[in-house]
Design a protein around this ligand. Structure first.
Ligand code: FES
Length: 104
């Protein structure tokens, strides 16, 4: 599965997403500036990303925990904001574009 990650300075990176990785792990393991200080347990919001609307819709609603964290995060977007650690690998997500949200 290949995705396009857009860095905070607008640089695009084409990344391979392995089955055993969360989206946060793909970004972090490829040296994008995703702190992931909670290690992927949905409690820090440093893995905040923006997804395009159709992708966000396809993933369904955010969990209550995710919603709560993101609502206070820098640059929250009602539609596209997600915690990348909460997105598991899915073949269907091949080709998506993920943009890093501002650091919070
Ligand atoms: Fe902390 Fe995702 S890594 S919320």
């Amino acid at each position: 599965t290949t995705i396009t990650a857009v860095d905070r300075d607008g640089t695009q990176h084409s990344l391979e997403w392995d089955e055993d990785q969360s989206l946060m792990e793909v970004l972090r393991d490829n040296d994008l500036p995703v702190l992931a200080s909670c290690g992927g347990t949905a409690s820090c919001a440093t893995c905040h990303v923006y997804l395009d609307e159709p992708v966000a819709v396809r993933l369904g609603a955010r969990s209550a925990d995710e919603e709560e964290l993101l609502a206070d995060a820098e640059g929250f977007r009602e539609c596209g904001s997600r915690l990348s650690c909460q997105i598991a690998h899915d073949q269907e997500l091949d080709g998506i574009r993920v943009e890093l949200a501002p650091e919070s």
